[in-house]
Ligand binder design. Structure first.
Ligand code: FE2
Length: 343
């Protein structure tokens, strides 16, 4: 049942800001702004909706400005062909393309003090930065890669689309293919390549998107809180305070975020574990897996793999897909399984 007061408030906000009504995103399979308001009624603060859609509409493909970093290489499309050409000349292009399809499966053990017995051994499949429409066959590559993996919960930490703007259809179709090989439950957050308008279609696939929200996972009388924030890197529409509203600090809590850049806030909010991606581990690295750039305002040690900050344990996935150019050099794509254990 829709909350008439909330809808009226949201309608009046959108009416005062008509520029958010017609974003430039392909609308073929996407909801109208009004449909989105009704679909997400009560889940998003009106200002969150207005900010997200407004920035999506204003700043598509901007190279400079917005976000935690001033410069956004992923939006500088003229440099993408320059990188591709450089790789071709150095005979690395084809090798890099082959590497981008060799997705490694990594296992990470997370010791947590106070973990209830019911969650001992819980396995979380972590997929990140799929950029699933980067190539026509990539959804199939991913769907085959996840087959047979043992896990209890699947989480996805953003960047489903290859580009930061334009049609979402290919990404949603790719997700549909991948989803057919994933078991429930599946939780996700949005990244800086994703549109808020993808949420209804993702949720119709059974992928619950956490928009500054949390869910309580119950097992054997114990509770684990799984929370997720909207993109903290570019859109900066994350709201940890709201996300923590329903979290009992006496329970173990896991935060999903697209980027590790939220690590300080997550640590001091009391989360036990932060699962994130965004950096791609550098994607094109020097020998020794040393990233040339990793596009995140955080310590280099948080650019890939497991790390700790105070009592917060973190894991930054190098991502399963690739962006800017569909290659990987000295930085394999990955999917990870995190196993929770008593400390
Ligand atoms: Fe990404």
């Amino acid at each position: 049942m829709l909350n008439a007061v909330a809808i009226a408030q949201q309608n009046s906000l959108v009416d005062r800001h008509p520029r958010v009504l017609f974003s430039q995103i392909s609308a073929k399979t996407l909801p109208s702004d009004q449909d989105l308001i009704e679909r997400l009624n009560g889940r998003l603060a009106p200002i969150h909706l207005r900010q997200r859609l407004g920035i999506e509409s204003d700043d598509q493909a901007r190279v400079f400005g917005q976000g935690l970093k001033f410069f956004h290489l992923e939006n500088w499309y003229s440099v993408h062909s320059l990188i591709r050409t450089s790789l071709r000349i150095s005979l690395l292009l084809e090798r890099g393309r082959r590497n981008a399809r060799r997705i490694e499966l990594r296992h990470n053990t997370v010791p947590i003090s106070g973990l209830p017995d019911a969650f001992e051994g819980l396995k979380i499949l972590h997929l990140s930065d799929l950029h699933i429409d980067m190539d026509g066959d990539f959804p199939q590559v991913l769907a085959e890669r996840v087959q047979g993996i043992d896990y209890d919960i699947c989480v996805m930490t953003g960047d489903y689309r290859y580009k930061t703007f334009g049609s979402c259809e290919a990404a949603l179709k790719g997700l549909e293919r991948l989803r057919s090989q994933l078991k429930d439950p599946i939780y996700a957050v949005l990244g800086n390549h994703d549109s808020l308008k993808m949420v209804p279609a993702m949720e119709d696939l059974g992928i619950r998107v956490l928009l500054n929200e949390s869910v309580a996972i119950n097992r054997g009388g114990a509770v684990l809180h799984l929370a997720g924030i909207d993109d903290p890197h570019y859109y900066r529409t994350d709201n940890l305070e709201r996300t923590c509203d329903d979290i009992d600090r006496g329970n173990v809590s896991v935060l999903l975020a697209h980027s590790p850049e939220i690590y300080k806030q997550a640590a001091h909010a009391g989360f036990n574990l932060l699962l994130c991606g965004h950096t791609h581990g550098g994607q094109i690295c020097l020998p020794g897996q040393w990233p040339i750039i990793y596009d995140a305002k955080c310590p280099r040690r948080m650019a890939r793999g497991a790390w700790r900050y105070h009592d917060l344990q973190g894991y930054t996935s190098t991502g399963a897909g690739s962006s800017i150019v569909e290659v990987r050099i000295n930085c394999p794509p990955e999917i990870a399984v995190h196993c929770l254990r008593h400390a």
